[in-house]
Design a protein around this ligand. Structure first.
Ligand code: SAM
Length: 241
């Protein structure tokens, strides 16, 4: 997979081996190509309201009983933003006039540009309730026919940043989030990288905060602290050991 995805980059530079390409991306002056390599290597599949049970749990078990004054959610590895905007719709519907915000982050700038743009093909919407489409999305006309754009009602609460989850995270994120979605990304890491990423994210979760992974993933043998609520939903204890 890596070889076939990088083959076009070798062709672009007229290189005959992966070793030459490796030398090229190691040079500091080629940092733009380094980013292109990351964009090419990452798998970015996502869609609105993917794994709908998670959004129901988020609304019914977390938001409806929440008592604080500023709710913060992180869609870590958000790809092109569908997960972050899906969370924003549930927050807007449930918390209404209370303060809330969503951070979406990814390592790939190519998908982050799409997320910031907030323009999607209409046929990507099979899991979105039509009343939300009317309320939170603007249908494109003329040259934008077939697309929709996320409305400012949501965009004003959502921002996107490039964050590599494997590296140390900015100290400003420490114990910041009430909820973290880390879905469909751990699957790409080896065991020790999974553990590193989990430890980083654990630090950014508030005590009592919730942590979601995909139904197809597990924290088996990498989780020391989170309490399992359901197979893909975890909670940080109020007092950490
Ligand atoms: C399959 S998408 C998942 C999108 C969304 N969370 C979902 O479940 O639909 C996986 C994303 O993880 C991102 N990713 C991979 N490695 C990463 C890293 N080290 N730090 C941050 N994001 C990463 C990829 O760029 C990709 O967009």
């Amino acid at each position: 997979m890596v070889a076939s995805r990088l083959a076009k980059r070798l062709q672009y530079y007229g290189l005959s081996s992966y070793a030459e390409y490796y030398q090229l991306i190691k040079q500091p002056e080629n940092k733009d190509e380094f980013q292109v390599m990351i964009d090419v290597l990452t798998t970015n599949e996502t869609y609105f309201f993917r794994e709908p049970n998670h959004f129901e749990f988020f609304r019914d078990q977390i938001l409806t009983t929440w008592q604080g004054d500023h709710f913060k959610v992180w869609s870590a590895a958000c790809s092109s933003g569908e997960e972050a905007y899906s969370l924003a719709i549930v927050l807007a519907e449930t918390l209404r006039n209370k303060k809330w915000e969503v951070l979406g982050s990814d390592i790939s700038t190519r998908v982050l540009d799409k997320a910031i743009n907030g323009v999607y093909l209409l046929d990507r919407l099979e899991h979105m309730d039509h009343k939300w489409l009317e309320k939170y999305c603007l249908r494109g006309v003329r040259s934008q026919e077939g697309y929709f754009c996320i409305s400012d009602t949501l965009r004003n609460h959502v921002h996107f940043e490039q964050i590599n989850l494997v590296k140390h995270l900015p100290p400003a994120l420490k114990q910041k989030f009430d909820v973290i979605f880390l879905r469909n990304v751990l699957i790409y890491f080896d065991q020790s990288t999974k553990k590193t990423v989990l430890n980083h994210l654990f630090e950014t979760l508030k005590p009592g905060g919730y942590f979601f992974i995909s139904h197809s993933e597990s924290l088996h043998q990498i989780n020391d602290h989170l309490i399992m609520i359901k197979p893909s939903i975890f909670k940080k204890p109020l007092q950490s050991t």
